[in-house]
Write a new protein. Structure first.
Length: 397
């Protein structure tokens, strides 16, 4: 018996294409859908930005004063997600300079995660016993205003030249305890397919390397980068994990859906790492909508990061209680797949520390009292502990 697919219920149709700003209305589809064209046409100046959105005086002033410290770069695609008349648009907040960037607090750090301190050779951060971070480029399609690597990203002097690349690969090859490599940057997908394949092929040839992860925001800011040829190339080097960075439901467009589909169909496992940002996603409803959309896109919500103590991003930072409240509002109220881990990266190199609402209320001997997501209390008797019924019976014998 044949079944017809009801296209009205196609998941893809629930995602909308991003409407093009007037400045690019007449751009040929072959150009608009070309990732190299998108990179070349990034918005880098106030003159071009003013043709896309109604720039505020604050944004204009912030750009003038921050540009030398951290460049602005916005792909035409990502700019098409911006509300041109709303200064508080969540896409705009992430991509257009704001006055808060000029306020650097004494508690903020140039290298908030202490990556340089755990760098045995340029380009490698080796903090955890069995895994390393591999820095491959300084470039990103969009320079996110909340970036934790402002000291390097967008700075051509931090580019990973071929000599550095070879030294990094030699380090990984020499350290047999490494089984997991996080390929990062900048955005590693700013590299050409050939350069990426060279890196992947070198890593896959090392017997002690089991998996690698590509840390990329291209799915969000430049989905055109995920071509069929790129996805097919990745098939040769499985298992390949993709860690991406969707922060708001507005970023879940049909273009992003298609990019994720190409990777998922190619056998890649895709995880999302959301950063908790004030005014962007610091409420439970937004995070719930985002995570439900991600699962439809075959992307697993993996982490919610507390905003790092990077310089000039205090205007994005939320209280830690905000993240705990979001987790509390998700756990039990939606499927577990839609509940990521809430973590804080210990400033100065402490690594990822998980944070959870308090579900354990008390312990009395082997009696544990918990609460569930509805705040109802439940008692669990741990019979495997000293003092349990089984232990007492055994002692009497």
């Amino acid at each position: 018996m044949a079944f017809e697919i009801n296209t009205k219920n196609n998941i893809r149709d629930r995602f909308k294409c991003a409407p093009r700003p007037e400045i690019w209305k007449d751009t040929e589809p072959k150009d608009w859908n070309n990732w190299v064209w998108q990179q070349q046409k990034r918005i880098k100046s106030m003159e071009v930005l003013e043709k896309v959105i109604a720039v505020t005086d604050e944004e204009r002033g912030a750009f003038a004063q921050s540009h030398d410290m951290f460049n602005m770069g916005i792909t035409p695609y990502y700019a098409s997600l911006i509300d041109p008349n709303d200064p508080n648009c969540p896409i705009r907040l992430q991509s257009v300079p704001k006055a808060g960037e000029l306020n650097i607090l004494p508690t903020e750090l140039e290298d908030p995660l202490g990556e340089e301190a755990d760098m045995p050779v340029p380009g490698i951060t080796h903090r955890y016993p069995d895994r390393v971070l591999f820095y491959t480029t300084h470039n990103c399609p969009v320079y996110c205003r909340h970036c934790t690597r402002k000291r390097k990203v967008s700075d051509p002097s931090s580019s990973a030249a071929n000599k550095q690349l070879e030294e990094s690969l030699a380090y990984i090859e020499a350290h047999k305890e490494i089984r997991d490599v996080v390929i990062s940057g900048g955005d590693p997908l700013s590299n050409s397919d050939d350069r990426l394949e060279y890196i992947l092929s070198r890593l896959r040839a090392m017997e002690h390397i089991q998996i690698f992860r590509l840390g990329t925001r291209n799915l969000v800011t430049l989905p055109q980068r995920i071509t069929e040829s790129f996805a097919n190339m990745l098939k040769k080097y499985h298992p390949v994990f993709i860690h991406t960075h969707f922060n708001h439901p507005k970023e879940c467009s049909q273009e992003a859906f298609d990019a994720c589909a190409r990777l998922a169909d190619a056998g890649c496992v895709i995880n999302n790492q959301m950063v908790l940002l004030k005014g962007v996603n610091d409420d439970p409803k937004t995070v719930l909508e985002l995570n439900h959309k991600l699962l439809m896109m075959r992307v697993r919500p993996y982490y919610i990061f507390q905003c790092d103590q990077a310089q000039g991003i205090s205007h994005f930072r939320t209280p830690i209680e905000t993240g705990l409240k979001i987790i509390e509002s998700l756990r039990g109220w939606t499927s577990g797949m839609a509940v990521p881990h809430f973590v804080i990266d210990g400033p100065g190199g402490g690594g990822k520390i998980p944070l959870l609402p308090k579900y354990l209320l008390k312990r009395e001997g082997n009696k544990w009292t918990f609460r569930n997501y509805k705040n109802k209390e439940y008692v669990y008797i741990d019979t495997s502990e000293p003092g349990s019924v089984e232990t007492i019976a055994s002692e009497k014998k």
